[in-house]
Design a protein around this ligand. Structure first.
Ligand SMILES: [Zn+2]
Length: 179
């Protein structure tokens, strides 16, 4: 019988040893750290899903202990606010990463300086949901933008024509001396 693995409490070593594979999708709204950075729809909910897949691998090492690996893949279209026109923009994100799992922190730190890939410390139960959220946060674009902003840009155009438009317009009116 095939052992089943729980993505939010993954026994990484056993998963790798079994050459296990898991895949699924999680709503973006369920990522507590990521969701506040996303643009909610008119109904207040953050739309979208993360499609993810993970594969475990145990790599034999000649004359040594075998290595434990997870290969992660995920993709999502993140709803963000365009930093040019402030309109909604869907930012496609694709993650493809391999993580090596080692026994302890000292080993992880030592390897981290030597190798390009990600090195994590083995835990008894790994939460893949949290791991994918880490990856999403790492890859989140700092300045999301439309390739070409939809036309016209009423707010931006107004601001350019009239320097006092926008959030300070009200303030300027207050400062106007009484007639
Ligand atoms: Zn834009």
């Amino acid at each position: 019988m095939k052992k089943s693995f729980a993505p939010r409490r993954l026994d990484v070593r056993a998963f790798a040893r079994a050459g296990g594979e898991l895949a699924g999708q999680w709503p973006l709204a369920g990522f507590a750290r990521l969701a506040p950075l996303l643009l909610a729809a008119d109904d207040g909910a953050v739309p979208g899903q993360l499609q993810w897949a993970v594969r475990g691998e145990e790599l034999p090492v000649r004359g040594g202990a075998s290595q434990t690996w997870l290969h992660l893949r995920a993709q999502a279209a993140l709803p963000l606010a365009c930093q040019r026109c402030l309109g909604p923009v869907l930012q496609a994100l694709a993650i493809e990463r391999s993580c090596q799992f080692v026994a302890d922190e000292a080993m992880a730190q030592q390897l981290d300086g030597e190798v390009e890939h990600e090195v994590l410390v083995l835990t008894r139960e790994l939460d893949l949901h949290a791991l994918f959220e880490d990856e999403l946060l790492l890859d989140l674009p700092l300045v999301p933008r439309h390739e070409a902003c939809p036309q016209p840009l009423p707010a931006a155009a107004e601001a350019a024509a009239e320097p006092l438009a926008g959030p300070f317009a009200g303030l300027a009116a207050l400062r106007r001396p009484p007639r």
